[in-house]
Unconditional design. Sequence first.
Length: 92
Amino acid sequence: MTINLIKKEEYLGDHLYSTVTLNASSSIELNGGLGNMTARFSADSFDLTKMKENEEVDILLTNIPATGNYTIAVSATNGMVTKSIFFELING
């Protein structure tokens, strides 16, 4: 799976919050944990001041649980603002 990050210059006023960190959570466990599944990003964080206009991030999911439908959330945060997007994972 690939996510496209788009750099918006108008939001870079405060360089203190220019690093964006990625995280994944799921509906597999009640606390949002991934269970035995792992989610690895091609890059875990980005410095928006050094980023090209657009960046692609690949997500590799391994140890996907047995048959079922799950929700995977991918979040990006700079410590002040968090944006999450949700994907449906259908296995089986």
